[in-house]
Design a binder for this molecule. Structure first.
Ligand SMILES: [Fe+2]
Length: 388
């Protein structure tokens, strides 16, 4: 790769590129932060998915909670507040909210208006805090699917081996999935063997790819990108040097993970997460685990090689637009198949009864607020989150 190419990142910074993509942040699970970033009692503002969120950790249970950040009273940010036991106190007038978003306490009065803030479903998964976002912007009580357990990580067979932080990337979330079906770009962008973590080419060596792509037969929210990659020397491939990679595209791409299988050694699992801060700005994080039989130097090489290849794509992603009707040729991968699959994430999973005025027996979302059962719920007029 020439130096001039490396210096072309993100030339088109205006709104024209964004206007070519579908509007909205697709429904799915997103990583907000690593669990280790918050101690019990800590509070953090997170600006993402078109929302201002506050994440806090209960002093009592240690549980992580995610709420809309702004107090219904006078609009102060709860992210400046203080955790008091299980609750979060607003810094402005000390109104206290529970992790379920309900107002629990106001100083010097027992008369509580029945207001609250949205509380979002979160899960602690593989050392990360994941939140389900619905494209409607509402908070679902029951997400349509759960984060997938990875037994080797959960039972401690695979060990945590590292993480990597990069500056925000000015790309659209969908581009990672688009890239997975673009089989023609592998030779062009990913054909060189590079030193791990860099784009410095290793002379005479190259990489040959055999990519594939398919949707999970049982769980429609998952698709897989597969690649058998082996080293080439002066143009001749050496299949014995190869390894298989299977990348799980979990929903619209907020969370994806790679399973690299190294023959006779074991597997490496690399999470790559995308959190949209803006339509064309992603916070991207990498975090990996490995079978202890895989030597650390090899883990470093495999992960570093992937990061090198990923960097080659970034330059394209930061400048490209979305072509709704791309000019495809027979050699291109299953672009339309992937796009048909991806469309499902632009549909809300709000339960049909959401708009129904019938009394609710369980927690449901109403007018943008999580409320408990109907007998405890305030009137719709009072519940309106925009009521001033
Ligand atoms: Fe690529």
């Amino acid at each position: 790769m020439s130096k001039s190419r490396q210096h072309r990142n993100h030339e088109f910074t205006g709104p024209a590129r964004a206007s070519t993509y579908r509007e909205g942040y697709p429904s799915g699970w997103y990583r907000l932060l690593n669990l280790s970033e918050l101690k019990p009692g800590d509070v953090r503002a997170v600006d993402c998915l078109g929302k201002n969120l506050v994440v806090f950790r209960s002093e009592d249970s240690g549980a992580y909670k995610v709420l809309d950040a702004h107090c219904p009273h006078q609009g102060a940010s709860l992210a400046g507040g203080e955790v008091q036991g299980d609750n979060l106190a607003c810094p402005f007038h000390h109104w206290c909210f529970g992790g379920d978003g309900r107002l629990k306490k106001i100083p010097h009065t027992d008369k509580l208006p029945r207001v609250g803030v949205r509380s979002y479903p979160v899960r602690e998964h593989c050392g990360m805090l994941w939140m389900f976002h619905d494209i409607s912007g509402e908070a679902l009580e029951t997400p349509p699917y759960e984060p997938e357990p990875i037994p080797e990580i959960e039972d401690g067979t695979f060990r945590y081996r590292g993480s990597h932080t990069v500056p925000d990337v000015h790309m659209h979330l969908s581009e990672f999935c688009e890239n997975s079906v673009d089989f023609q770009h592998f030779d062009v962008l990913h054909g060189d063997l590079t030193w791990p973590w860099t784009q410095i080419k290793i002379p005479w060596f190259g990489v040959q790819h055999e990519p594939g792509w398919y949707v999970d037969e049982d769980e429609g929210h998952k698709a897989y990108f597969t690649d058998f990659a082996c080293v080439k020397f002066r143009g001749t491939p050496y299949p014995k040097s190869g390894a298989n990679a299977r990348i799980t595209l979990f929903g619209p791409g907020g969370t994806v993970w790679f399973r690299f299988s190294l023959p006779e050694l074991g597997d490496i699992i690399l999470f790559q997460t995308h959190l949209p801060k803006e339509p064309l700005r992603q916070e991207i994080r990498f975090r990996w685990f490995a079978d202890p039989k895989v030597p650390r130097i090899l883990v470093w090489w495999v992960v570093g090689h992937w990061i090198s290849q990923w960097k080659a794509d970034v330059e394209i992603w930061e400048n490209k637009i979305y072509r709704e009707r791309p000019t495809l040729i027979a050699l291109d991968g299953p672009v339309h198949k992937m796009r048909r699959w991806y469309k499902q994430f632009y549909v809300s999973s709000l339960p049909a009864e959401h708009a129904d005025a019938a009394p609710a027996k369980t927690t449901k979302v109403r007018n943008g607020l999580n409320v408990l059962n109907e007998s405890q719920a305030p009137s719709a007029a009072v519940l309106s989150p925009r009521e001033d």
